[in-house]
Design a protein around this ligand. Structure first.
Ligand SMILES: NC(=O)c1ccc[n+]([C@@H]2O[C@H](COP(=O)([O-])OP(=O)(O)OC[C@H]3O[C@@H](n4cnc5c(N)ncnc54)[C@H](OP(=O)(O)O)[C@@H]3O)[C@@H](O)[C@H]2O)c1
Length: 439
């Protein structure tokens, strides 16, 4: 049995406390799997007195996580503080500067500073493990970096945020509004008091940025990702999707295209029969397309203390075994600059919900605006509002909901058609546009 691998854990919140609990209770199995004893020697958090429901006896305590790096009894620094800057960033930089490997669950940090940190890790000859940073407990990083090494990955589609998936699932299952489901998610602890990061799509974008780099061998560029959240999804859209054989999911999608990498986060219509559509509640799903393998889909818990700790511990075992791979799958000099395909170049089907004035010529005008841009319609659904008396016999002039499904077209074309429809005064509100993902 080799010499013990000694861990210093900074951050003892949801994930950190679970890591401590699992390492403590599985010591003998971990030792066998790691090929050497694994032991926690030091920990750091802000509040020393807080009861974290785990036994911290025997560990050196540090109020300052950076001071923990210099502890000669710490071989590996595990950063579970969170945040793209501040204590987490300072800690990781200090660990790499000291030549100590890092394990982190911090997608925000990697999405912002990943390439630079990878460069520092390479210079120091150490690794950065981050299995827990994307899709919590689902082993997506190892799958992309190692298991799919024989493939050219052509696409990634993922449900990467459990909060949004929970909200959309409840909206559909219980026919509730977005606001009601968000409040319920907050009550159950699935959503933060300020939910913007989740429901605005930004958390998904951070995770997608990391996956994109691994899949396509590029530098990370989180700002190049087009982001739309779920705040404008209405129950009307959820119902219409259901009638048309779709479910609405917040997806992170990245694909190679002729003009570059199209990476976007947006609510999307996905066919109900797909695995992604059937991924409900707080679960995550990630689908990879590889030229040799075809499609593989991984589904599981994308968050939670134990699930995320499971991924952190996988990195600990790799570290104990001396399994060192380039941080983003390739040496940093081999990573290609990120070449972005603009969202306007996206080609696909669209769901369009319009509030059309019930006037003579409105439909003909809408159809012409579409035809002028070579947009073919796969279906048109109109639910006329119930009217009584004479109104029901003719045009009322009142807005009526109309849903259009288009065949594949360019985003520039559909946007131009909708601008023309709006300019012609046929609709009472801004149109709702949702991309269709043919999985
Ligand atoms: N929670 C999940 O389900 C999940 C899933 C995947 C990835 N992650 C990632 O895992 C990381 C940790 O998340 P979490 O949910 O465990 O967070 P959390 O519950 O908020 O815990 C954060 C911990 O960091 C400590 N901390 C904050 N500032 C510090 C500082 N300056 N010095 C030392 N310690 C400091 C806090 O100390 P006190 O306890 O004393 O305040 C707390 O123990 C984040 O990067 C997150 O994105 C989380």
């Amino acid at each position: 049995m080799g010499k013990p691998l000694r861990l210093g854990i900074a951050g003892l919140g949801t994930v950190g406390a679970s890591v401590v609990r699992i390492v403590r209770s599985n010591l003998s199995t971990l030792t066998l799997r790691a090929g050497r004893p694994v032991t926690i020697t030091a920990v750091s958090a802000r509040d020393r007195k807080r009861d974290r429901g785990v036994d911290l006896g025997g560990f050196a305590w540090y109020d300052d996580p950076v001071a923990m790096v210099a502890d000669p009894n710490v071989d590996v620094v595990i950063e579970l503080i969170g945040g793209a800057s501040g204590a987490a960033e300072t800690l990781v930089r200090a660990a790499l500067a000291a030549g100590k490997p890092v394990i982190t669950a911090n997608k925000a940090l990697l999405a912002r500073h990943g390439v630079e940190l990878a460069r520092l890790a390479e210079a120091a000859g150490v690794g950065i493990g981050f299995e827990a940073a994307v899709a919590g407990g689902i082993p997506v990083i190892k799958t992309l970096k190692e298991s799919l090494a024989g493939n050219t990955v052509t696409g990634i589609v993922g449900i990467l945020n459990g909060t949004c998936n929970y909200i959309l699932t409840r909206m559909e299952k219980e026919q509730l509004s977005f606001a009601t489901c968000l409040a319920e998610a907050q009550r159950l602890g699935y959503a933060e008091a300020d939910p913007t990061f989740d429901v605005g799509g930004f958390d998904t974008a951070h995770k997608l940025a990391i996956l994109t780099s691994l899949a396509f061998g590029t530098e990370i560029d989180a700002d190049a990702i087009y982001v739309e959240g779920i705040t404008s999804i209405s129950l009307d859209d959820i119902k219409a999707a259901d009638e048309l054989g779709y479910r609405i999911k917040l997806l992170g999608v990245a694909r190679r295209t002729d003009t570059g990498i199209e990476a976007r986060v947006n609510p999307a219509m996905v066919p109900k029969k797909s695995v992604v559509a059937q991924t409900s509640g707080v679960l995550n799903a990630v689908a990879f397309d590889g030229d040799a393998l075809g499609e593989v889909v991984l589904v599981g818990p994308g968050a939670g203390g134990n699930a995320t700790a499971s991924s952190v511990i996988a990195d600990i075992v790799d570290q104990a075994r001396g399994h060192l791979t380039p941080v983003f799958g390739l040496p940093v000099v081999e990573l290609m600059p990120y070449q972005k395909a603009e969202i306007q170049a996206h080609k696909g089907g669209y769901y369009v919900r319009l509030s059309v004035y019930d006037r003579p010529g409105a439909f003909a005008g809408i159809a012409k605006s579409m035809a002028d841009r070579d947009i073919s319609l796969e279906s048109i659904v109109q639910h006329r509002r119930a009217l009584d008396g004479e109104e029901a016999l003719g045009h009322t002039g009142a807005p009526q909901p109309v849903v259009l499904i288009t065949y594949a077209t360019r985003e520039t074309e559909i946007r131009a058609a909708l601008d023309a429809i709006e300019a012609a005064g046929h609709i009472a509100e801004k149109p709702t546009l949702i991309r269709i993902e043919s999985l």
